[in-house]
Design a protein around this ligand. Structure first.
Ligand SMILES: *Cc1c(COP(=O)(O)O)cnc(C)c1O
Length: 465
């Protein structure tokens, strides 16, 4: 499989090259040249298969001959072995036709582990085969950085630099990044917002001389390999609920649009999906875009679901590419307008195309707290605030279409956000045993201003040769 940039001015790459590159040279995002199809027989065969087998079926056509089948099988097996549930991503029913797909049984308690545990192995495998090293950089609103550090710490071929907004991540999130003591890992607290961190990362990639010198590689959800790995659990969960014989809807707590984009690709591959619903917190740029057709950046509000406190949803560019006939000239023009005036308006046809598959709705802070409390008091089940944002939206959907099952993606373990959960329920959720001493471990962190040049200098100083 070959990969093309959404902005049309970067070279076409193989799967492995696109994975190692992260962002395309022209500032665009890589997409597979074609979307592979899984036929009905394959979909039916998924019922009862282990997660790892379905994952291999789903990912193989995207990888093509970049990686040998036996190597891929071994890496998938190793990536999901540390998950604390035998189903890897189990499905739990919390009400009539309302399900939570628990994606948080990996080492850092958020869904980012599902992709990152595999990505670390894929990258290390490819770099070793080439005899190369890479400098991995990423911006995080909390969970991506923790998952990346956990997946890449100690690997021989890579150095990892993770930028997070100082004071805007939870203590558990911060400590999952700063309490890892490994010479190839650097957690950097930036004096700014997540969007500042993301802008610095984009700047590093666009500084081509620097990027080439250090072998820069990105692990944000702009990296296609992460989106690809997240497609698997749409197929496994649908099979559990009787797909392809009936359609399922998905409701996804959304920030950077990577997780729900994976659902859209699953649908394009042939999975019968009724609706994909974007659930946002007060940072509702996507809900406003679906309502009005105008993508307009405003300020970032801090909420109890910080991993969704985002104004620029990077992966939305991939959807824009798909719904506008993969016309890279249009994408370039829209992104240029966005960069200049902080907004752009979608053509009617593109908006109509998006609305064919997607809905969007917002849950504000008091409703999120009420959802955590209500679900706990009705069922004993404890939601984290990100999942609660989406469960609240999913309840509205089930009311409108009671015969369609709605699967909400459960993106974090409640123990990752204990303050919000305790405020809503009176119960302080405990960390699982492997993290029980997290709050007493020593932290390793560097503080930098929101300044790309200073970040570059820091990276060059700290790189292992
Ligand atoms: C990253 C994250 C999200 C948002 O996912 P996107 O792919 O960025 O839309 C939601 N919830 C949690 C807990 C996360 O870590």
């Amino acid at each position: 499989m070959q990969y093309i940039s959404t902005r049309g001015q970067a070279p076409e790459l193989s799967f492995s090259d696109a994975m190692l590159a992260g962002l395309a040279r022209d500032g665009g995002l890589y997409m597979p040249r074609t979307i592979p199809q899984l036929d009905a027989t394959t979909l039916k065969s998924h019922a009862g298969l282990p997660f790892t087998t379905v994952a291999q079926n789903v990912m193989t056509p995207f990888i093509g001959d970049s990686i040998a089948a036996a190597d891929l099988e071994a890496m998938i097996g190793a990536a999901y072995a540390p998950f604390r549930h035998s189903a890897v991503t189990p499905l739990v029913q919390i009400d009539d036709n309302l399900f939570v797909l628990e994606l948080f049984h990996g080492p850092t308690l958020a869904f980012k582990d599902v992709a990152m545990q595999l990505l670390g192995r894929l990258m290390d495998h490819e770099l070793r085969a080439r005899g190369q090293r890479a400098t991995i950089v990423g911006a995080t609103s909390g969970d991506t950085g923790a998952a990346a550090i956990e997946a890449f710490a100690g690997l021989g071929q890579v150095d990892v630099f993770i930028l997070f907004p100082n004071g805007r991540v939870s203590e558990v999130q911060r400590r999952q990044m700063t309490c890892v003591d490994s010479p190839n890992v650097h957690a950097i607290a930036v004096d700014g917002t997540f969007d500042d961190c993301q802008a610095i990362i984009k700047g590093l990639f666009n500084h081509h001389a620097f990027a080439d010198r250090v072998g820069l590689s990105g692990i944000n959800s702009i990296n296609w390999a992460r989106v690809m790995a997240q497609i698997s659990y749409y197929f496994t969960s649908a099979a559990v609920l009787g797909s392809p014989h009936r359609k399922i809807s998905y409701c996804v707590p959304t920030g950077n649009f990577g997780d729900i984009l994976a659902g859209y690709i699953a649908g394009r591959m042939g999975l019968p999906i009724e609706r994909l619903t974007i659930a946002t917190n007060a940072n509702d740029i996507l809900a406003r875009t679906l309502e009005s057709g105008t993508y307009a950046i405003t300020g970032v509000a801090a909420t109890q679901s910080p991993s969704m406190d985002i104004q620029i949803s990077s992966n939305f560019e991939r959807l824009l590419f798909e719904v506008q006939n993969r016309d890279a000239d249009t994408i370039r023009a829209q992104m240029a307008t966005l960069a200049q005036s902080r907004s752009f308006t979608l053509p009617q046809a593109a908006l109509a195309n998006i609305r064919k598959d997607f809905d969007a709705a917002t849950t504000f802070e008091p409703q999120t707290t009420a959802e955590i409390s209500d679900t706990y008091h009705k069922t004993g089940y404890i939601l984290d605030p990100h999942t609660a944002v989406a469960v609240s939206v999913a309840r509205r959907q089930v009311k409108k279409a009671p015969h369609i099952p709605v699967v909400t993606l459960g993106t974090a373990h409640p123990a990752k956000f204990p303050d919000a959960v305790e405020a809503a329920t009176g119960v302080r959720p405990g960390l699982p045993p492997h993290l029980a001493d997290l709050l007493s471990r020593r932290e390793h962190v560097s503080y930098l201003p929101a300044d790309a040049a200073k970040v570059e200098r820091f990276i060059e100083e700290r790189l292992r040769k």
